[in-house]
Design a protein around this ligand. Sequence first.
Ligand code: RAM
Length: 546
Amino acid sequence: MKRKLLTCLFFAAACVLTIPVGAQTVAFADQRAGWLEKARENMPELIRTEVKPQWIVCSEKDPEAFQGWKMIRTEPIDSLYNSSFKNRKEVIVDFGDHLTGYFTFRIDHTGLPADAPLRFRLTFAEVPAELNTPFDPYPGGLSRAWLQDEVVTVMHLPETVTIERRLACRYVKIELLAQSYYDFRISDIKFEAVSSASGEGRPLEPTVDPMIARINEIGLKTLKECMQTVYEDGPKRDQRLWIGDLYLESMANTYSFENHALTRRCLYLLAALADEDGWLHATVYELPKPEPQINQHTMDYSLLYGVTLLEYLKATGDRQTAEELWPVVVRQVEFARTYLKDDVYDMEKQPQWWLVFDWKDDLNRHAPIQGLMTFAIDKSYELATMLGREDEVKEWPDVVKAMRKASRKNFYDKATGVIVSGPDRQVSYLSQVWMILSETLTAKEGERALTAVLDDPTTCYPGSPYAYHYVIEAMIQCGMNDRAKELLKSYWGGMIEKGADTFWEVYDPNDDFKSPYGFFPVNSYCHAWSCTPVYFINKYKDIFQK
Ligand code: RAM
């Protein structure tokens, strides 16, 4: 039976997850308060910028446009400010770019004072189709309240209305729901945009391909919007820290804004909010107070924490943080090791949809988790060597070796040269990718395996930029540099060609309406894990900037 990963993550957690509770005492009990304090000390200042819309636009149906809708500029914004809204009744304003922050507008009577309250519906949209798809009856799996529509009642004029909730959008539709007898107008629409990212990122080579430059620009914008007081996954939804998103965002940050305090804050926050056994929660909230999403664990994410800390240490040289958080890394690896049976990850212990990897229901996750776990232990051991703590984890190199050996025996089809996963011997991009990144396959074998899946339209291909990140990384590891560049241009460039101002959470070039949540308007269209071209383009200059 197919299930939506997220629905399962959110709703089935408490029922199916059994955490082995061995320890009598809470893990890291003495450190947690200090870690939370470190997280607090590294809280960034938000930079606030006032932005005003320039244009009124209208939606136009276009089968060629992304999700069937595009926006056409119709009038400069002043024509709204200088005319009666009682007559106009509805308008869409365009801020010209994706913004995250607070929305304000003013309403004045134009002659006699209003005799009755006014009521408006405001709808905020990241992409045009969000304004053209009825929200109700709501068919989605996540809360309806993530959708950004608000009803405002204005009792007395003049009034300046500020919407309390933080919003993420480019377009705002204002509809008049109830009016007074007398006339009035709207003016002074503005947005207080917020982000903790500062700076411009790194300059690119002047000879860079214009599409790569554009991808870098949109990637920077995406990252900036997601850099708030934590690395958020998406400023529209879920507005919170997830480990998988943090890993990719922090690497993109290293090659752009270099705001390492934010990474430090997130690493401490996650550590302070681990469960009582020390297993990290996949996601934590900041408000109303720092809290984990209880029972929300995914093994792939908790293993990536150590890799994130390693990359952080390499980028900053901040040994103190790495030293302090090292026990958390040990705990994740040791916990994952309890899942090994004959050096192979035991899928019976947890249902496989309990692993993120991609928005792809049909992806068999056995080979991917086997590969990711091998990769993560290897990287965590590298962290141990950088900290001079190898003695504490002496057996890890043997675990890695044994896992690679077992993977080759159980997942590698030597005849066809590809990794197969699950009882149906599924061939997917991600199975190859994780066996490459874990160095289970050599570069030569990896190239053969990746070429085979790329050239076979029947393979299970990725459904999200998150998964494509690892595909590109694996290609580079196999020396497939030209194909890596080609793929980056066609996949992320494909979003740009469809009008993206920021990169989307979900993108399947074959299906503009794909949604893991049963309703595409609730997808996030500015999503952390999609910003990683910034990392590739700036790290591998020889590949992407020549
Ligand atoms: C969603 C977000 C986030 C992802 C998790 C697993 O809520 O899209 O980016 O990390 O799911």
